[in-house]
Write a protein that binds this ligand. Sequence first.
Ligand code: AMP
Ligand code: ZN
Ligand code: FE
Ligand code: FE
Length: 282
Amino acid sequence: MRIDLHTHTLVSDGTDTPTQLVRKAAQEGLDVIGLTDHDTFDGLREARLAGEEAGVQVLAGMEFSTERRGASVHLLAYGCDPHDEALLDELARVRVGRSDRVPTMAARLTELGMPLTVEDVLRHATGTSLGRPHIADAMVEKGYVAHRDEAFRLWLHEGSPAYVDRYSTELTRAIELVRRAKGVAVLAHPWGRGRRGDLPEAFLAELVLEHGLDGIEVDHPDHDDDTRADLRAVAERLGVIVTGSSDHHGLGKRNNPLGAGLTHPDAHAEIVRRIQARGGRP
Ligand code: AMP
Ligand code: ZN
Ligand code: FE
Ligand code: FE
């Protein structure tokens, strides 16, 4: 069984439609994919239908934009009730936070010598969740950078002069919202991109023991081999589910081909078992 539990479509900031993503997954020999678009469930219906045709099981997911002490943390949510009002209200608020800063960031880039309008960015908005990747796409179109990675590295990362902060849900509250919506909560790529110091083992333990975190994503392209080994040991000490994924974004990320990280079938089965035990829909 080949299981990749973290993927994106153009409903957020990937470049495939849900149908294209599922067909590609079938071609790559994947048996299960988790569809985890940012802060929305909007791609799930189409992906499930395509999955039935292509013989790929689609695990309903979502990647929640959260924060701890002002730093961004991503939380994967599986099997949530997509009609849960408290969760939907919060996701809408987060999406507004993502898109609200586009005018300010466009103005800052303009001041930095890269003229950009909101319309330039909106031309690249493909779905429900707008974000920095779409600003990056507009910068590529204007010829300011070669690709999304360069846009992030030079101009869009947290701390860059063009970066504008935004609202996202406090992490422990996000876990609570996911659990109340009958879902399973897995911390996404916690030690990627130099974030290891922000989320030490003692804090991860608190998330598990006091807030009901179910799992940790270990085999992710942003984690090098040493990081994976250390994080896997932490997950084993805490007794949580270990997942792996590609974080595929279509052409939007170059280091993340489908199947680049895989989840063990036992871990996938445990996620499904917990969703069912909570009354959710895997
Ligand atoms: P936003 O939610 O608007 O802050 O944008 C976050 C999105 O940007 C996530 O999908 C990330 O995968 C993507 N992202 C963050 N950092 C980078 C990077 N260095 N290169 C490419 N994409 C990135
Ligand atoms: Zn993304
Ligand atoms: Fe992420
Ligand atoms: Fe992601």
